[in-house]
Design a protein around this ligand. Structure first.
Ligand code: SF4
Ligand code: SF4
Ligand code: SF4
Length: 276
C-alpha cells in the first residue's frame, strides 16, 4: 500500500500559523489549554496538535507527530490504543486508552500530550487527519492544504523523498544535505528539509536508524511483569499528580481575583504580581 507522508521545508515557512489554525478548526481540538499545563506556551498541547516554533534569523519550524514507520509509542501501548495504519498515519483509539502514558515516555520526539483537564484524561496528538481522509471528507490534511507557501506538503512517501533530494541537489548551498526522517529510527512519515540544525526538534545525531520498538521490546520481553507493575504505579502516580495540579489550579484561581499572573516562558512557571 502507498505510504502517505508530509514534507515540511523549513526554508519556505513564513510562520503565518495557517496550518495550526486549520488543524484546530478541522479537528475541533478545542480552546488551547491554560498555559500552566505546558512547558512553553507555543508548544504542542492536547488542543494544539501542530505548532510553529520561531527560531533565530526569521526561521519558523513546524512541529507535529512524525508518524514513525515503526512507532515506539505503539510498541509500548499495553492495550493497543496507538497503532500504525497501512496508509502511514499513527492513530489512537481514545476509547481504549487507559492513560498510562507509556507512549509519552517512549516517543523519541516528545510528541503525545495528555488531556490533563479532562475528567477521564487520555493522550492526543496529530493523526494526519486519518479519519477525514479515509472517509473522503478531505483529500489531504487540513494543515498542508492551508499552507499558502507550500512549505508543508502531502504526498506519497517515496515521491516526497525524491522531491526533497531534488531540492537539495538544486540548492546545495542552501540545504543541510539530508532528508530528516528518511532513515532515523527506521524512517518516519513526516519528513523535513532544512537549512538549520533541527536537533531542538528531536532530530538528534545519536538517534540512530534502528527502529526503537526493537529496543523497547527487548527490555519488556526480559521483564514480563513490568507492564502490570509499572502500569499500576503510573496510574497511581497520575491520580496523585492530577490531584496536586487541580489543587494548584484552584489556589491560583483564588489568587487571580486580586492579582495579575504572568507566565515566564523560560522557566515555565507563573510569576504573580500584585495589582496596583
Ligand atoms: S513521533 Fe512519537 S507519537 Fe509520533 S508516531 Fe513516532 S513515536 Fe509515535
Ligand atoms: S495532519 Fe491533520 S491532525 Fe496532523 S497537524 Fe495536520 S491538520 Fe492536524
Ligand atoms: S501555513 Fe505554511 S507558511 Fe504558514 S506557518 Fe504553516 S507551514 Fe509555515
Amino acid at each position: 500500500m502507498r505510504q502517505m507522508s508530509i514534507l515540511t521545508d523549513v526554508t519556505k515557512c513564513i510562520g503565518c500559523e495557517e496550518c495550526v489554525k486549520a488543524c484546530k478548526e478541522t479537528n475541533k481540538t478545542g480552546e488551547d489549554q491554560p498555559w500552566r499545563w505546558q512547558r512553553k506556551i507555543d508548544d504542542l498541547s492536547a488542543t494544539r496538535w501542530t505548532t510553529i516554533l520561531p527560531r533565530p534569523d526569521r526561521h519558523y519550524v513546524r512541529k507535529q507527530c512524525r508518524h514513525c514507520l515503526e512507532p515506539a509509542c505503539a510498541s509500548v501501548c499495553p492495550v493497543g490504543a496507538m497503532h500504525k495504519t497501512p496508509e502511514g498515519p499513527v492513530v489512537y483509539n481514545s476509547k481504549i486508552c487507559m492513560g498510562c502514558r507509556y507512549c509519552m515516555m517512549a516517543c523519541p520526539y516528545g510528541i503525545p500530550r495528555y488531556t490533563w483537564a479532562d475528567a477521564v484524561p487520555y493522550v492526543r496528538k496529530c493523526i494526519m487527519c486519518y479519519d477525514k481522509i479515509s472517509s473522503g471528507e478531505l483529500e489531504q490534511p487540513a494543515c498542508t492544504k492551508a499552507c499558502p507557501k507550500e512549505a508543508t506538503i502531502y504526498g506519497e512517501r517515496e515521491e516526497l523523498i525524491r522531491l526533497a533530494h531534488g531540492r537539495i541537489e538544486e540548492n546545495p548551498d542552501l540545504y543541510i544535505p539530508k532528508v530528516f526522517g528518511e532513515h532515523e529510527v527506521g524512517g518516519t512519515s513526516v519528513l523535513y528539509l532544512s537549512d538549520i540544525d533541527l536537533g531542538f526538534l528531536g532530530w538528534k545525531e545519536d538517534l540512530g536508524d534502528e527502529p526503537l520498538p526493537m529496543k523497547t521490546w527487548v527490555v519488556l520481553n526480559k521483564v514480563p511483569g513490568i507492564f502490570v507493575g509499572v502500569g499500576v504505579t503510573m496510574f497511581g502516580l497520575y491520580w496523585i499528580i492530577d490531584r496536586r495540579m487541580r489543587l494548584q489550579e484552584e489556589a491560583l484561581e483564588k489568587k487571580s481575583a486580586s492579582t495579575d499572573a504572568q507566565h515566564d516562558p523560560e522557566t515555565g512557571t507563573d510569576k504573580v504580581e500584585a495589582k496596583k
